[in-house]
Design a protein around this ligand. Structure first.
Ligand SMILES: [Zn+2]
Ligand SMILES: [Zn+2]
Length: 173
């Protein structure tokens, strides 16, 4: 999570912005007015990627077998593996499921599979455009994180001409 103190170079308004989604969500930004909209970060199904874990963890094999069933195997060298799923094997969600899932953020998990492109597109379509008519976008991240991304707008005048100063999290108990 990155935070910034901002001053609008257009109207002089001072405000604060925070970036980055939670553990369970991804933040989309309206490219026109700067509003935000949350989407689930992970698809609630077994991850399609394969895994290979060292034999030192072998005792936990049952755990992986319980989750992945036949996809979990032990290799000759003792390491255990979870086979990757092909794109055809990934369980796709029906629209009705996604409508329910989007409306219940408390069900969104901290892990799971990635979404397919068309699922992401469908979920944004289900949400509908921003009330201002703008499109939902994912900001491109700067590598330094020393400046907020370019989809931020001044909450008062909606200008994107901002002067930003990063705030660093202070350690406290
Ligand atoms: Zn908007
Ligand atoms: Zn402003």
């Amino acid at each position: 999570m990155d935070s910034f103190n901002c001053k609008c170079l257009n109207c002089g308004h001072d405000f604060h912005v925070t970036e980055g989604g939670g553990m369970t969500s991804t933040v989309y930004w309206c490219d026109s007015c700067g509003n935000t909209h949350l989407q689930p970060r992970y698809a609630p199904r077994l991850m399609r990627n394969g895994l290979r874990l060292p034999s030192t963890l072998k005792r936990e094999f049952k755990h992986w077998q319980n989750i992945f069933g036949d996809r979990a195997t032990i290799a000759d060298d003792g390491s255990f593996c979870v086979a990757e799923l092909s794109s055809e094997q990934v369980e796709r969600f029906a629209e009705g499921f996604l409508i329910d899932y989007l409306s219940e953020p408390e069900r969104w998990g901290r892990s799971g599979d990635c979404w397919d492109e068309h699922e992401r597109a469908l979920m944004l379509q289900l949400r509908g455009a921003c009330s201002c008519g703008g499109q939902w976008l994912l900001p491109s991240r700067s590598t330094s994180n020393s400046q907020p991304h370019d989809l931020h707008k001044c909450p008062q005048c909606r200008s994107s001409r901002l002067h930003a100063v990063p705030l660093f999290d202070k350690v406290s108990d």
